[in-house]
Design a protein around this ligand. Structure first.
Ligand SMILES: CC(C)(COP(=O)(O)OP(=O)(O)OC[C@H]1O[C@@H](n2cnc3c(N)ncnc32)[C@H](O)[C@@H]1OP(=O)(O)O)[C@@H](O)C(=O)NCCC(=O)NCCS
Length: 165
């Protein structure tokens, strides 16, 4: 079981008992609307499906602050020598550097095992804060596209960011 410490956070796999808290955090539309594959409304059954999937991926971790679940961060193997980054932080915890700290921690951890480490992220163009997080961590914009947003049920224009270490 992966457990990863950063300055303030613990990154680890989600546990079955965290599923109610996951529903509480991801049910907030302001969080879900900027994600691609998180349905809205978010149900206990969605949380259970997610729990079953995260255990198979060593780079799919949840973010804990003082033993409390506050978010998630993951790298998904795209099977083309690159990984897709996803992350979110519960709305009550925004603006305190937690996303930057968690993503930075996961990138450092992944780099210990994967070299070169190539990571891509697709960010909704309107999501200025998320683009800022990526740029702070050394990602550069490489293009644009669009993705189908499950919570919004529409196609949304995106910037593609890339990171190489
Ligand atoms: C995007 C998200 C992960 C950011 O989490 P966070 O913990 O608040 O991010 P951080 O605090 O690490 O960094 C946010 C940065 O944006 C800045 N920021 C905040 N509001 C801003 C605004 N309206 N305009 C510009 N910058 C802003 C912050 O000041 C900070 O930069 P700084 O450290 O240079 O001051 C969080 O808002 C979230 O989960 N949103 C919903 C899901 C999502 O968008 N996920 C990413 C999908 S690509």
């Amino acid at each position: 079981m992966t457990e990863l410490k950063t300055a303030r956070l613990l990154l680890k796999h989600l546990d079955d008992r965290d599923k109610y808290r996951l529903v509480e955090l991801l049910s907030v539309y302001e969080v879900a609307q900027n994600l691609t594959r998180v349905p809205h409304p978010y149900t206990l059954s969605d949380a259970e499906d997610w729990l079953a999937r995260v255990k198979e991926n060593p780079f799919n971790l949840s973010i804990f602050l003082n033993d409390k679940l506050i978010g998630g961060v993951s790298l998904r193997d795209r099977q083309d020598s690159s990984y897709e980054l996803g992350y979110w932080v519960g709305a009550d915890y925004w603006g305190q550097g937690f996303a930057t700290e968690a993503v930075g921690g996961l990138l450092n951890f992944a780099y210990l095992q994967i070299r070169p480490l190539v990571v891509v992220a697709n960010v909704y163009k309107e999501n200025v804060v998320s683009s800022k997080v990526l740029r702070k961590l050394g990602f550069t914009a490489t293009g644009e596209g669009e993705v189908f947003s499950l919570p919004r049920q529409v196609w949304v224009p995106t910037f593609t960011y890339r990171y190489k270490a």
